[in-house]
Ligand binder design. Structure first.
Ligand code: UTP
Length: 480
């Protein structure tokens, strides 16, 4: 094994990676070198420690009952009710708009996931979601960004995180669509890292093929190191960007670069601000934001017993009300300091079935009943929240802002999301005074209006584009 560094061989032996050792032995020198280079980036100590803790019976390492210690978040801005609230929101919106105009805001879209639940064979951003035109998720975000840039005469850089699973197709898609009218130099595609899958029984790394590890994207939490590795934290700093609006590719109703969210973040000098929505019932399967020993954290629904989930504070309010929308604003300096300190977000474990081969390339059997054979690892972006010294929770408008496409059918599916897009367009049209037919499907391009007021203004000033009727419904759109 002349092409394999002696130190790597020693590491593999120490960590009982017998299959990798056997595989390296069988590979020709060029492939030995390639696999050695991949393995040089693997933190075997961390993987082994993670596998060991995942393999111990739960009773051997009783975890802290975080739910019992949690309290409803205290630094919260709720949806406006009173006139004073509306004034505070208007002020925040204006602050956010000023920041966008001043060029201190950038947008980050995480689009590296594999979208297994949706079962779509391309990157999720290419999913057709427009209820009438089948506009893709990426097109809706591109149009939102283009419209915001025009409205605020701002640069508003857009950083799109891809993964090995989604990169080439995503970049090709934007090229093919002439970047939807955006200038290519204002768009930054950057690739997140990957993590190897481990044999759940032995902790050995799995092979997808001889010489090739079974790898998967390292989770949306991979963002923090990916941004630094791509040099984007420095580039954004050089461009004067201070505030990073973060959202996920699967919610087309997210208000990209939401001025109100940005405004509250800036006003309260927050390092990390999160948009939440009120859970519809205590048992809704949603992570919730809480205060935990002075820090803002997320508690997963799976961590709560039914009794805990329904827990109320002394005012009769649910403790676990603040559902995570995965929309955040991060202070760029906060993320940069996190990276500079050499910190990493923690690893989370998922037991999955992962196809793999032995060192000779023979497929290894997996259970026919779908029983997991592997441990996959991911980092979650919300684990950055407890690291922030100053956080803020802002309640969003659920029906308006949170309509993700996660599943093939049922809740959070393409059907529910399309219905939401149509409902929002119909509500805005209704506000203009134009007739709206409850049986008709509507679609509104963000290039026409980013909010209801803009649509009403168009109508009043006679600049509303013609409403096109197709067999699928009504569309209001303009060319980019
Ligand atoms: P999800 O956690 O819903 O995962 O991602 P997913 O990959 O899209 O779908 P499933 O779980 O396989 O069905 C939420 C957001 O985080 C991004 C996704 O692209 C989506 O925008 N993400 C997820 C990444 O960018 N990288 C990852 O490694 C995982």
């Amino acid at each position: 094994m002349s092409s394999v560094p002696a130190k790597l061989l020693q590491t593999l032996q120490q960590h009982h990676q017998h299959r990798l050792l056997a595989c390296l032995q069988l590979l020709p020198p060029a492939q030995q070198m390639a696999l050695s280079a991949t393995l040089a980036d693997v933190d075997f100590d961390l993987l082994q420690a993670t596998w060991l803790s995942a393999s111990q019976p739960a009773d051997d390492h009783p975890s802290v009952d975080r739910a019992a210690l949690a309290q409803a978040p205290s630094r919260v801005v709720r949806q406006p009710v009173s006139a004073a609230d509306h004034q505070a929101w208007a002020l925040a919106r204006s602050l956010g708009e000023q920041a966008i105009s001043a060029g201190t805001v950038a947008v980050i879209t995480v689009a590296g996931g594999q979208g297994t639940r949706l079962g779509f064979e391309h990157p999720k951003g290419l999913f057709p979601i427009g209820p009438v035109t089948d506009r893709t998720l990426f097109q809706i975000f591109a149009e939102q960004i283009l419209a915001r840039r025009r409205r605020h005469r701002a640069d508003l850089p857009w950083c799109i995180m891809t993964s090995d699973a989604t990169h080439e197709e995503t970049v090709a898609f934007f090229q093919q669509h002439q970047y939807f009218g955006l200038t290519p130099d204002s768009l930054h595609f950057f690739r997140q890292g990957s993590l190897p899958a481990m044999d759940a029984a032995t902790g050995q790394l799995l092979l997808a093929a001889p010489g090739q590890l079974a790898l998967s994207p390292d989770g949306h939490g991979g963002l923090v190191t990916a941004l630094a590795r791509a040099g984007l934290l420095e580039l954004l700093q050089a461009r004067g960007v201070q505030h990073l609006y973060y959202h996920q590719v699967d919610n087309p109703t997210a208000i990209v670069a939401d001025p109100a969210l940005l405004g509250f973040h800036i006003q309260q000098q927050s390092q990390a601000t999160t948009c939440v929505v009120c859970k519809t019932s205590p048992t809704e399967r949603m992570g919730v934001l809480v205060d935990l020993q002075g820090r803002t954290e997320i508690i997963e629904y799976s961590e709560l017993t039914a009794e805990q989930a329904a827990g109320q504070d002394q005012n009769g309010q649910w403790i676990f009300w603040a559902g995570n929308t995965a929309i955040h604003v991060f202070d760029r300096q906060f993320l940069a300091s996190f990276c500079e300190a050499g910190r990493q977000l923690p690893l989370h474990i998922a037991r999955k079935q992962v196809p793999s081969v032995d060192e000779t390339g023979q497929p290894l059997p997996t259970a026919t009943d779908g029983q997991p054979n592997a441990i996959k690892l991911e980092r979650f972006i919300f684990d950055a929240l407890p690291a922030a010294t100053n956080t803020l929770i802002v309640e969003g408008h659920r029906e308006r802002e949170f309509n993700p496409v996660k599943n093939k059918s049922g809740s959070d599916s393409a059907d529910t999301c399309r219905a939401a897009l149509s409902r929002i367009a119909a509500e805005w049209l209704q506000a203009t005074g134009l007739p709206v037919d409850p049986q008709t499907v509507y679609e509104l391009s963000p290039l026409v209006a980013l909010d209801v007021n803009e649509l009403v203004n168009h109508h009043q000033q006679g600049t509303l584009p013609t409403i096109t009727r197709t067999t699928a419904g009504c569309v209001i759109a303009t060319a980019p």
